[in-house]
Design a protein around this ligand. Structure first.
Ligand code: ATP
Length: 240
């Protein structure tokens, strides 16, 4: 029998007033899978992540996390179910220190000792953050801030991580570091990742699967390697 997907999306539709931003989107990501979500500006990528994490209401369709229907739950319950969302720009709080930002990510978790253990584990994963733990986030570089955003999301010990444009504004070398971290996280924590990226080539290089959105609909859903090699796709949707 096939293993149950960690994340399963069935016919998801979401609107802003008269604008249908997502129209019947379906996708499935296995446990420990990395799925790139690609597409032009306005294709619906951010709306997909916001709808998956409960920040945006779905008009219709279902989101199943490890088989549990989370579609209508409020956003904070999504976190409890093991789904963490890192929005575009990371959303770290510049005035707070690295440590304080991390603690925010673990706030809903029960024990103080448990939270401290998580923070220590996260700092272990990101040595540059460990060295800057008492500094305000405002003093971090773009790459370090993105690490902090990732680290803060990991404080909730998610099973599924939703990442919106983690490479935005970062130099190619730093982008590669962030992408490699996703592979490490998958290996160490069996994390399942949905990765929204403008940088299609770098996203596909660490993904198993790719989904191309076009005007709110799935234009292609393919093995990542095959998408990278598909000329028609590269010209039509990926811009290279
Ligand atoms: N808050 C909003 N109010 C009204 N329309 C919106 C809103 N947010 C997004 N849209 C519209 O929904 C559609 C999908 O937008 P979305 O931001 O999800 O696309 P995207 O693929 O993430 O684009 P980008 O790569 O530019 O971030 C677009 O037509 C956009 O104009």
């Amino acid at each position: 029998m096939a293993e149950r997907p960690m994340l399963s999306v069935e016919g998801l539709t979401a609107c802003y007033g008269a604008v249908t931003a997502l129209n019947g989107v379906s996708m499935s990501v296995p446990r420990g899978g990395i799925c790139a979500v690609l597409g032009a500006n306005g294709a619906g990528k951010t709306t997909l992540l916001r709808t998956l994490s409960g920040l945006k209401r779905a008009e219709s369709g279902r989101v199943l996390l490890d088989g549990a229907d989370i579609t209508r739950l409020p956003a904070e319950r999504h976190v409890r179910h093991g789904l963490a969302h890192v929005p575009e720009g990371g959303g770290v709080i510049a005035e707070l220190t690295v440590e304080e930002n991390l603690r925010l990510g673990g706030l809903w978790r029960a024990g103080r000792r448990d939270r401290a253990r998580s923070a220590a584990e996260v700092l272990e994963l990101f040595p540059p953050l460990r060295e800057r733990v008492s500094r305000p986030a405002a003093t971090l570089s773009g790459g370090e801030r993105q690490m902090l955003a990732l680290g803060r999301a990991l404080m909730a010990r998610p099973r599924v991580l939703l990442l919106d444009e983690p490479s935005l504004g970062l130099a190619p070398l730093v982008t590669r570091q962030i992408m490699r971290m996703l592979l490490d996280l998958r290996a160490e924590r069996e994390l399942t990742v949905v990765l929204v990226e403008q940088n299609a080539r770098s996203a596909l290089s660490v993904s198993d699967h790719g989904l191309v959105l076009n005007q709110g609909e799935v234009a292609m859903a393919e093995d990542a390697g095959r998408l990278l090699a598909d000329d028609r796709m590269r010209h039509a949707y990926l811009g290279f």
